[in-house]
Design a protein around this ligand. Structure first.
Ligand code: SF4
Length: 342
């Protein structure tokens, strides 16, 4: 235990162990969790139902973990992009996306990413740091719109299943009744398909899953997503066939449409074959062109044609509206710029 350690991001079991080490009653863990996650206070001196001497000890031992965003950029459509700095000094981004009654926050799980997807600005940075549960949660609780949030998506910087321990801890805190008390159906985790961690995630939580698909052919997907070499999308699909997505939990496939690259009739046929037996939806996303990229955005008509062809084959398909393009809300662009990466 060091003075750098924080209380925030710990579960009641972890807090109970710490209470034991500090000579405090273990039941204080529940009280601390309540202050942290229900009352959003991480200053031990304000935890007034804990004995004064114990409060003092906690204040001496633990440092604060929460910090306000360093920068915010607002788009004409109301999307806001927040830039947070981690304790190690790296930048991570979150996008706040209001949409009628809904307000979704897109959070990052890592600073940078080592998956190397060719169409992604974050992939160019490489991995700098996996975030702690506290740093993941900080993005949701330290923004002015905290109390307006209705949905959370793990689709920002990083591959959540390359940081599974901390992501699962954050999810536990968000969904537990002693924590934020959110229904898991308000949360979606997006993965490029880290096969060894996928079952663990599916067994540990009930949150929705989104899989970055982008091309159904092994050789072609490998060209844009190196992760395909180690963990082919066919293996991901095989695992998903073992789980039930016919009730509350949903699985969707994200498909960034890149003109002339992954939008042909051949791709439609292969997508139908690959997803056979999985109750799912495909979300088509128009490619956001990033500087120096060889890939191009398709036109409106091409997007609609592609959607209709998939729908005709029995796959529920929607075109996701692009939000925040004027502030580079595509994952990783803003922090890459700040680091001089583009
Ligand atoms: Fe990583 Fe996601 Fe970007 Fe791929 S798309 S490099 S998994 S952040």
């Amino acid at each position: 235990m060091t003075h750098q350690e924080s209380l925030y991001g710990k579960t009641p079991d972890q807090l109970a162990a710490l209470c034991g080490e500090l000579g405090m009653p273990r039941f204080a863990a529940r009280q601390i969790a309540r202050w942290l996650y229900v009352r959003h206070t991480e200053d031990p001196l304000r935890m007034t139902d804990i004995a004064a001497a114990h409060r003092q000890r906690l204040a001496e031992w633990f440092s604060p973990a929460l910090s306000a965003p360093e920068r915010v950029t607002e788009s004409a459509d109301g999307t806001k992009k927040y830039l947070f700095r981690t304790l190690e000094g790296h930048y991570v981004e979150s996008a706040y996306i209001p949409d009628g009654e809904r307000a979704t926050l897109c959070v990052s799980s890592q600073a940078g990413c080592r998956m190397g997807c060719r169409f992604c600005a974050t992939g160019r940075q490489g991995l700098q740091q996996s975030l702690t549960a506290a740093e993941i949660l900080n993005q949701a609780v330290s923004l002015p719109e905290r109390d307006k949030l209705t949905n959370l998506v793990f689709m920002g910087m990083g591959e959540p299943l390359d940081n599974t321990d901390e992501v699962l801890r954050a999810l536990e805190i968000i969904t537990a009744e002693w924590g934020f008390g959110w229904s898991p159906t308000r949360i979606t985790l997006s993965t490029a398909g880290v096969v060894p961690e996928l079952r663990r995630f599916l067994d540990a939580t009930k949150v929705h899953l989104a899989v970055s698909l982008h091309n159904p052919f092994h050789e072609e997907r490998m060209e844009i997503m190196p992760v395909e070499r180690a963990w082919p999308i066919a293996e991901v699909a095989a695992i998903l066939r073992e789980y039930d997505f016919t009730h509350q939990r949903r699985v969707s496939f994200e498909y960034i449409v890149m003109s002339g690259l992954n939008d042909s009739p051949r791709h439609i046929r292969e997508l139908t074959r690959l997803l056979n037996g999985i109750k799912c939806r495909i979300n088509l996303i128009r490619f956001h062109r990033i500087p120096d990229s060889p890939y191009f955005s398709p036109g409106d008509e091409a997007m609609v044609r592609f959607r209709d062809a998939l729908t005709a084959r029995g796959i529920q398909t929607t075109i996701r509206a692009s939000r925040g393009e004027d502030i580079q809300a595509a994952c990783g662009l803003l922090s890459t710029r700040l680091k001089g990466g583009i």
